[in-house]
Design a protein around this ligand. Structure first.
Ligand SMILES: [Ca+2]
Length: 515
């Protein structure tokens, strides 16, 4: 466990120094190509990397719930390609996000640190200063570890860990993917832009560029999700068996705004679904009808994952590629129609299971046994040690994670977590939660801790705290030791940054009128 972040700088230097001799020359694309990528002829089949280290494609949806996929019980939304990924591989039933919202969850994923140790423990603005906290140059990421192990590395889609504006004060650059171990980046730098599927300003590497025809207020132009798929396919088509690669594909679907090209709604329009009329004029420029739009978005992503996997096959690399599909936190707003969080209680922004337990599917032909299920309790912060082991790195950074390689490969001697810890401090916060074996401890602001036994109460319906006082006390002691101090995230009640913003906006409006 990492208990002291003060020495991160030294740790990173030592980590890099130790294995810098293994750095391989990495190619980097400099050109933006917006044309549709055509499938190439298949190259030689069944190629295996000479060093038999797997390529890794990690695909992450945004705000997709535990119950949104067919293989996790979804009955209305069609996800045949992701379902096939599960039947060709393994499906985990107890995998957890790093946090219950985007930013801290991604930080936990990339650094291997849970919310009590992570450098980013809240979304932008939900900090003591009211400012943003980005990745720092001394934070060690999965990409840095893999790059130093000789992998080519790419991040495509939503980054969300460099919120500092590049036009203002502050070191925005050090938080960008290229400064955090990725050879290539294509996508959206911050969170706000990722709320809009027709946003006009994207980044390729550290360079912003304009999609001049895009109008996010009217949902016109290029659907940016499609560009992420195109660039991911292009990236795979440039790979070969000589050097392993890591592709981190962070899709924005199915996060709000709910909007998708009409063609993706077609299969859902004549099913007699109830209408769910959306607000089409606020920050989120939703399409008018929510249900067919949501299903259409998920199915479009599923279709595109099918295309990406086809490209991988045509490139002759699917045999030695570990493909993972997951989500960054639970679903937020659908309450009943899709049952997006399945049997779980709560949703995004909760630390009940609905906020943090997410789908996790992995395929690696010949290595992962097809059509299997694992109930191993695992989390985002396990990816760093898992990928470190699979990449045969000489040295792995210290993390809160436990490599889940054995459970992926069906080995029943998998090491278990002592516990898992989360915290969250937006409007409902501060919230803290701990999972130890089947027990779930959760505490809300100014309330007594709650206790649930997930083995027979997955929906967290029966609070056993009063019957298990001693256990609650033991778990409360663990919680106290589970986090380190961070000056921006101290678990005190915070005002909403949005209210502050709207007050400022109101004041500006008033000043303008009175001038
Ligand atoms: Ca999210």
């Amino acid at each position: 466990m990492m208990n002291n972040l003060i020495n991160k700088s030294t740790a990173k230097f030592a980590f890099i120094l130790t294995i810098s001799s293994l750095v391989a020359a990495c190619s980097q694309s400099d050109k933006l190509v917006n044309e549709v990528v055509k499938e190439r002829s298949p190259q030689s089949k069944h190629k295996v990397n000479v060093n038999s280290r797997p390529n890794i494609i990690y695909i992450m949806a945004d705000d997709m719930g535990y119950g949104d996929l067919g293989v996790y019980g979804q009955e209305k939304i069609n996800t045949p390609n992701i379902d096939k990924l599960a039947t060709d591989g393994i499906r985990f039933t107890q995998h957890y996000a790093g946090a219950t919202v985007c930013g801290p969850s991604r930080a936990s994923l990339l650094t291997g640190l849970h919310g009590g140790h992570s450098p980013i423990r809240g979304n932008p603005g939900w900090t003591n200063s009211g400012g943003v906290v980005d990745l720092k140059s001394d934070d060690i990421t999965i990409a840095e570890m893999l790059k130093l192990s000789g992998y080519k590395t790419a991040a495509i889609g939503k980054w969300g860990l460099s919120e500092t504006k590049e036009t203002g004060e502050g070191d925005w650059l050090s938080a960008m993917p290229l400064q955090q171990g990725f050879d290539y980046f294509f996508g959206l730098k911050g969170h706000g832009a990722a709320h809009h599927y027709y946003w006009h300003r994207l980044f390729e590497n550290n360079t912003p560029f304009e999609l001049t025809g895009n109008d996010h207020m009217n949902n016109e132009g290029v659907y940016t999700h499609d560009l992420f798929t195109e660039k991911a396919i292009e990236y795979v088509q440039k790979q070969n068996e000589e050097q392993p690669f890591f592709l981190y594909l962070a899709y924005t679907i199915p996060h709000l705004a709910l909007t998708v090209p009409e063609e993706s709604k077609q299969q859902y329009l004549d099913l007699g679904w109830p209408k769910r009329m959306m607000n089409t004029q606020g920050h989120y420029r939703n399409d008018p009808e929510g249900n067919s739009t949501y299903a259409g978005m998920v199915s479009r992503m599923d279709r595109d994952i099918g295309q990406l996997l086809a490209a991988l096959r045509l490139q002759g690399l699917d045999e030695n590629t570990l493909v993972i599909f997951t989500s960054d936190n639970g679903h937020e707003y659908d309450k009943e129609f899709f049952n997006s969080n399945g049997p779980l209680r709560g949703s995004k922004r909760d630390l009940y299971e609905g906020g943090i337990r997410i789908p996790f599917i992995a395929k690696w032909p010949g290595k992962i046994k097809a059509n299997t299920t694992s109930n191993h309790i695992s989390a985002f912060w396990d990816m760093m040690p898992t990928f470190c082991e699979l990449s045969q790195a000489k040295q792995c950074p210290v993390t809160d994670g436990v490599s889940m390689t054995k459970s992926l490969l069906g080995d029943e001697t998998q090491e278990k977590h002592e516990y898992l810890y989360w915290e969250f401090n937006e409007s409902k916060g501060p919230l803290q939660a701990l999972r130890k074996d089947d027990w779930k401890w959760i505490k809300k602001h100014n309330k007594q801790p709650e206790l649930y036994n997930l083995s027979d109460d997955i929906g967290e319906t029966v609070n056993l705290a009063k019957q298990k006082l001693e256990l609650v006390a033991q778990l409360s002691i663990i919680v106290e030791s589970a986090r380190t101090y961070h000056p921006e995230f101290t678990l005190k009640k915070l005002p909403s940054p949005y209210q502050k913003k709207s007050k400022k906006a109101q004041q500006a409006k008033t000043n303008k009128v009175t001038k």
